[in-house]
Write a protein that binds this ligand. Structure first.
Ligand code: DAK
Length: 258
């Protein structure tokens, strides 16, 4: 069985982490699956939105600690560097990625969720950076993205104590977009993905770029960047169609592929 199973459904690509016996911990096969995901989205232009979800009781319990113990330093480093690159690749993809967090999202699992564009969580999910409990520190954004998302001190607390927070607390802190009932997670995420998939693919990509890249700039540069991307969106066929459809009081027919 593949460590990540892909299913395409009307422009939505579901990527299911499929190592439930190890709480979907990230081993070399999962890393290869994440690399395949990035490659697939780059190549398959009909993929409009990606959803990553775990099978079983976890989204992902982080890097595979048993693999760490078995590997020599160089092998572990190579695998973990590939993981870091794959997660960074999420941000540069044209299509948005939604993390559907069905359970534990710990360590590299929490980092994977944070590398996605939206996080929708089951009421049963937990988030945390427990690396400190095994004598290491986060290595794929746990100290960086987390601090930007939930604030400096709270991120410091979670990384120093290794404590887990509930989905509800994660939502209050701004780590999670929405918490939903456990048995409604897939349906709720599908609904959000469909809403996005109906928009202009050009506009969706430009929003993703403006928010993600602009977030790393100062406000003045970010606004200048946004203005440039606005001009690009304005010159697209979809912009013509969207504005014409508004005036003609009909539903716009945007391009179906990116
Ligand atoms: N690795 C390997 N196996 C794991 C695992 C993990 N992270 N988490 C769980 N498992 C396995 C357990 O060993 C167990 O398998 P058996 O021993 O029964 O064969 C099975 O999954 C079920 O787990 P439990 O029996 O422990 O289940 P519980 O419900 O009792 O507890 C738990 C669930 C999630 C609280 C617990 O399993 C747990 O604490 N897991 C470890 C979580 C953790 O410490 N995660 C952080 C790992 S370090 C980097 C990128 C990324 C990283 C570093 C660098 N760079 C780009 C530089 C990431 C590092 C990490 O994530």
């Amino acid at each position: 069985m593949d460590a990540i199973v892909f299913e395409k459904e009307d422009g939505i690509l579901w990527a299911k982490l499929n190592r439930p016996e190890a709480l979907n911990a990230i081993n070399e096969d999962v890393v290869a699956g994440l690399e395949k995901l990035v490659e697939k989205v780059r190549e398959e232009r009909d993929v409009r939105v990606v959803i990553i979800i775990g099978t079983g009781k976890a989204f992902c319990a982080g890097a595979d600690i048993k693999m760490f113990l078995r590997s020599d330093t160089f092998t572990a480093r190579e695998i973990i560097e590939r993981l870091g690159k794959a997660l960074e690749g999420f941000e540069d993809l044209d299509a948005p990625i939604i993390a559907a967090v069905n359970g534990f999202a710990l360590g590299g699992g929490c980092e994977m969720a944070m590398a996605c564009d939206l996080i929708i969580a089951s009421e049963k999910a937990f988030f945390g950076q427990p690396e400190i409990n095994i004598g290491i520190i986060p290595g794929a954004g746990g100290t960086q993205r987390l601090a930007r998302l939930i604030g400096w001190k709270k991120a410091m607390e979670l990384c120093l104590t290794g404590d887990r927070i509930s989905a509800q607390e994660a939502e209050k802190l701004g780590l999670v977009n929405k918490v939903v009932k456990d048995d409604e997670l897939e349906e709720e995420v599908r609904k959000i993905a469909k809403i996005i998939a109906e928009k202009s693919p050009t506009a969706v990509t430009l929003v993703k770029q403006a928010v993600n890249r602009g977030f790393k700039m100062g406000l003045k540069d970010g606004i200048a960047y946004e203005r440039d991307l606005f001009a690009l969106s304005f010159s697209s066929e979809d912009a013509r169609e969207g504005m014409t459809a508004f005036v003609e009081k009909r539903k716009p027919e945007f391009r179906k592929t990116r």
